[in-house]
Design a binder for this molecule. Structure first.
Ligand code: NAD
Ligand code: DAU
Length: 354
């Protein structure tokens, strides 16, 4: 018997969003034992969690979600009451280079976890919950108008989004077939601290700082709906505790930006912070070959989450972006660690051919 009221498994807790979710749960719920399970791929970094690593209610376990024996061992050891599943391969460009890795982790890994949870809970589902964290990309691409709602049909178009869509379908299948108590959310693009610099915002911040070309895909007219990562973590908290079994909730910032406008805004913010001439950073913008199958626009309708569970984003984008830039400028060591080694090879392979 443990002294904790609940033990929750968070997968992918050493990644970008996962580390914010772990931090929120460890600090907000001292009565919960939080077990962070992560394979520490290129995207997983325990430096993201130095501030909570010694907390009495926090445990890190290294492991791969596709490893059935290891997952079973952890369920047996800790007797999890809940799972918050974030572990995934998460970058669209990498999925175009190596789709099978996305099938392995996102599809097989998720089904493996569902199986182990189902077997371990063995029909005794009271107080149990399996929360699957998904993405708005499963809905496909919008034209100039309209929003993704929870009723929008799935239409994934990249290997990444196809793998996430597949995992979402398995999650719902386990609810309908085995009555596994699942809940799911589909969120728009996150930004904030600890974001791996293969993604648009941290990549641009890093390149602006180092006066490197700013590679904008196509004409830069694609639109994304940006949400501060801490607001996503708050949404996950609310949905984990108050969401209904078998339901999904859209999470988004009602905050659409064309990529090129966003890059210009970042340049303006960073010119000021780095005491550069206005326009100096923007002169680094370089249009490069478009991403194949590049989704034009994502925009989430998060009305349901607001109406039913009272969640609303807490931060204005411009303020969040400044905070994010400040974090990257103050954490040079973090960025140097994650961009050394394999990152260089990935960057050259992807961007030299564009
Ligand atoms: P990330 O790539 O930063 O982190 C993923 C984490 O999963 C890493 O710590 C990695 O080590 C771990 N991982 C990968 N494969 C694993 C495996 N086989 N076993 C155990 N751990 C493994 O990703 P992120 O951006 O933090 O995204 C987290 C989740 O949220 C993903 O499921 C993603 O699809 C979803 N999501 C992301 C966004 C976004 O904007 N980043 C938006 C909506 C949903
Ligand atoms: O919408 C949620 C999704 O957001 C998550 O599910 C994914 O895990 C996450 O990676 C993100 O996917 P995107 O493809 O939207 O994010 P990314 O940061 O890779 O790209 C954002 C936009 O910027 C997209 O239109 C492509 C463009 N882009 C990206 C990079 C890396 C560029 O123009 N240049 C770049 O160098």
């Amino acid at each position: 018997m443990s002294d904790f009221s609940k033990t929750i498994l968070i997968t992918g807790g050493a990644g970008f969003i996962g580390s914010h979710v772990v931090r929120l749960f460890v600090n907000k719920y001292p009565g919960y034992r939080i077990v962070n399970l992560d394979a520490l791929t290129y995207a997983g970094n325990l430096e993201n969690l130095v501030d909570v690593q010694s907390a009495p209610n926090y445990i890190f376990e290294k492991g791969d979600i596709t490893d059935e024996a290891r997952m079973q061992q952890l369920f047996d050891l800790y007797g999890f009451d809940g799972v918050i599943h974030l572990a995934a391969e998460s970058h669209v460009d990498r999925s175009i280079l190596d789709p099978l890795q996305f099938v392995r982790t996102n599809v097989l890994g998720t089904v493996n976890l569902l199986n182990v949870a189902r077997k371990s809970w063995n029909g005794k589902f009271a107080g149990k919950r399996f929360y699957h964290v998904s993405t708005d990309e499963v809905y496909g691409s919008l034209g100039e108008t309209g929003f993704f709602t929870e009723q929008t049909a799935y239409d994934p178009r990249s290997p990444y989004s196809a793998s996430k869509a597949s995992s979402d379908h398995f999650v719902m299948a386990y609810f309908h077939t085995y009555h596994l108590p699942v809940v799911m959310s589909n969120c728009s693009n996150n930004y904030g601290s600890h974001h791996f610099p293969e993604k648009l915002i941290p990549l641009m911040i890093n390149n602006i700082k180092n006066k490197k070309p700013l590679p904008v895909y196509g004409k830069g007219e694609n639109v994304r709906d940006w949400l501060w990562v801490n607001d996503h973590a708050r949404a996950i908290d609310v949905i984990y505790h108050q969401g209904k079994d078998g339901e999904k909730y859209n999470v988004g910032g009602f905050n659409e930006w064309k990529n090129i406008d966003l890059v210009h805004l970042l340049c303006t913010i960073m010119d000021k912070k780095l005491n550069r001439q206005p326009g100096e950073s923007a002169s680094l913008i370089t249009y490069v070959t478009d991403r194949p199958g590049h989704d034009l626009r994502y925009a989430i309708d998060a009305t349901r989450l607001n109406r039913e569970l009272g969640w609303t984003p807490s931060l204005q984008f411009e303020e969040g972006l400044e905070k994010t830039v400040d974090w990257y400028l103050a954490n040079e060591e973090w960025i140097n660690h994650v961009t050394s080694g394999d990152y260089k090879k990935y960057y050259e392979a992807l961007y030299d051919q564009r």
